[in-house]
Design a protein around this ligand. Sequence first.
Ligand SMILES: O=C(O)CCC(=O)C(=O)O
Ligand SMILES: [Fe+2]
Length: 345
Amino acid sequence: MAFVHLECGRNQLQRQHHVMHSTAMPTNIVGPRVPINEGFPGLKKIYANPDIFVIENFLDDSYCQDLIDKASEKKLVRSPVAYAGWTEDFKDLVELSSKGPIAWIALLSSWFQVKNSGGGQVDLVVHALQNYAVVFVVTTILIGGFTYSRAEGLKALRTSTSTTLDDMTNPSSGAREFVRQASKLFHSNEDFDTSIVSEAALFEAPTVIRYEPDQILAPHYDANRSAETEDANRGGQTLATLLVYLNDVERGGLTRFGKLSSSAAIGDVDRDRITSADEDKLIIQPKRGDALLFFPADRNGQFDPRTEHEGMPAIDEKWIARIWKHQRRVPAPFGLSEASLSDLG
Ligand SMILES: O=C(O)CCC(=O)C(=O)O
Ligand SMILES: [Fe+2]
């Protein structure tokens, strides 16, 4: 099952919304996004730099309903949230212990011990090593406790339930159609038939998410800022997010981009669907069958902080299906198995 990385402060929820880390890297220049098929039917650009698209009537009603039905049959579970800062925390610990306060505390305290007891140089080394070990263990426990509580806190930021669908055998299945359409959308050349499988190999299996009243997905990024290790078995960075709204949602459940202004929105999409009377933020009103496409990182995997987004609190029930496109093959279980890929052709 796919995770959402969340970053807090530095970042909020996920690598599946990753947690912002204290040692944030400087924001580098974000390059061009991955190419898409610009002639895809219904594709409308609603925001430029960062590019965001709505694709009207991306999936027919029957496919939307099938995605909801299949997900319900499979049973949805609390949506996962991954804390993506472990590698950074570990690096901090190594740094602290090699040149930071741990070594100094150990050395100073052993010097006092030896001075008071009148020991020699050998005693000093022995005490220093003993103290180093004690301070190291205590610091590890403290850092471990801190990151654990941070990861636990993140769980409260995603309260929806979800499941993944990877059975591509039935041609009338919504999951299969979603993957096929997504492959066509991301395929920018002519020879589509030869590459449907190679495109889909870069996808995480479709995830269906259900929000019941009051459930939310707090502001997050779908890409990682710096957690390469956590992404290693998921095909690397998330380069594109494709969401399909599976039902009409009249009240609540908007998708909101908190760093983008609705007054900068472009294109001929119904303004009421992408602007809010309450604030100047880009928001998208869910509409059955319509898709939303954006790019959490550039084509080289550079994290794009402008794409922070959230699922606002649901009032009416809301269902979405999501595909994340990565840099490389996403192996099962996150991605589609070889058998599912060959069923797509
Ligand atoms: O529910 C939404 O509108 C946003 C969902 C989302 O951001 C995600 O699943 O990563
Ligand atoms: Fe997201």
